[in-house]
Design a protein around this ligand. Structure first.
Ligand SMILES: Cc1ncc(COP(=O)(O)O)c(C=O)c1O
Length: 318
């Protein structure tokens, strides 16, 4: 059975940093960013955590390799391919759409991931219960990681973030916080935080800003994960932060990314983190949070994906 070492130190260094932006200041709301984007140049953001339990399960199953799926800019496949290379494990990526070259795809190839393009119809079949069967005939003994590194193992890998933040509160001069705010693609990371809060008997509400339309089933997925964890389906709220669709961006979003980076030095990307922070700004400006509220914003990474969007961002800005 091949031995899969752990990804790195037990807990990567993910600092908590206060940011001050005019709209926060005016509303008297304090924001601390959990900088998961800083933990590792390749396994950045929530991916490190979402993959940790999957890699452990692959090790326990004696897997020969890892197989998963995603789009041509997928942060998940990027992290999986990087993990595979680092751990000496073969990886296979099943891709949405027609064959194309993106900075992410170039990296996947450089990391040694075997790629297969499924088209759109073929990719839609991923929801079928037997989807992986044919692939497992070809790649016998591989461990299948669900889309986005999801499922209960993905959520459980994010649970330790709750303790990690609590341990760091004094570094930003806080003794407690009122809420979490983060981008939600499948809702797996959010579910991990809700599980972490509930396990401690605490109810700091976790807000998920949807990166795609509400029809993408995040609410159903979070409910399912919490039931699988034998917990109650509560303690969170989803808001639509998608600005009209997954991956869509516009001039105000490009301007927002630029302004936040200019004022605070914090880099955001357009698909998840910038939209999540824009959605937060809306609620803060509406007076949704009381003065003095303290919010943890999870920077879930994804900056590798910003390379493909950079030209479009530049165009929108000039
Ligand atoms: C950068 C980034 N942030 C947030 C998310 C959303 O995470 P989740 O699917 O756990 O909701 C993703 C996608 O997985 C992502 O790549």
């Amino acid at each position: 059975m091949p031995h899969i070492p752990s990804l790195g130190p037990d807990f990567p260094d993910a600092p908590l940093q206060l940011v001050d932006l005019p709209w926060l200041h005016e509303a008297g709301v304090e924001l601390a960013i959990l900088r998961l984007d800083l933990i590792d140049p390749e396994l950045s953001g929530n991916k490190w955590f979402k993959l940790a339990c999957h890699l452990e399960a692959a090790r326990d199953a004696g897997a020969k390799g890892l197989i998963s799926l995603g789009g041509p800019h997928s942060n998940h496949l990027h992290a999986l391919a990087a993990a595979g290379r680092r751990l000496g494990m073969a990886t296979v990526g099943l891709l949405r759409g027609a064959e194309q070259t993106t900075p992410t795809i170039e990296d996947l190839q450089a990391f040694g991931m075997q790629l297969h393009w499924l088209g759109y119809g073929g990719y839609r079949a991923r929801h079928r219960a037997d989807f992986f069967d044919d692939w497992l005939q070809r790649y016998g003994g591989y461990y299948c990681v669900p889309e986005g590194g999801g499922g209960l193992p993905g959520a459980l890998g994010c649970v330790p973030l709750v303790d990690h933040v609590r341990r760091q509160l004094s570094a930003v001069g806080w003794d407690d916080y009122d809420a979490w705010w983060l981008a939600a693609g499948t809702g797996t990371t959010l579910a991990g935080l809700v599980i972490g809060e509930q396990r401690q008997g605490r109810q700091r509400r976790v807000y998920g800003s949807l990166a795609g339309p509400p029809s993408h089933g995040v609410a159903e997925n979070v409910g399912k994960l919490l039931r699988e964890a034998e917990l109650v389906d509560e303690g969170y709220r989803l808001v639509d932060g998608s600005r009209g669709g997954f991956g869509r961006f516009d001039a105000p979003l490009a301007q927002f990314i630029c302004d936040v980076e200019h004022i605070t030095g914090l880099p955001l990307e357009p698909v998840y983190t910038a939209k999540a922070m824009m959605a937060l700004r809306l609620l803060v400006r509406d007076g949704y949070f009381a003065r003095g509220a303290r919010i943890i914003f999870v920077h879930t990474g994804g900056l590798q994906g910003r390379r493909a969007a950079q030209a479009a961002l530049d165009k929108l800005l000039h």
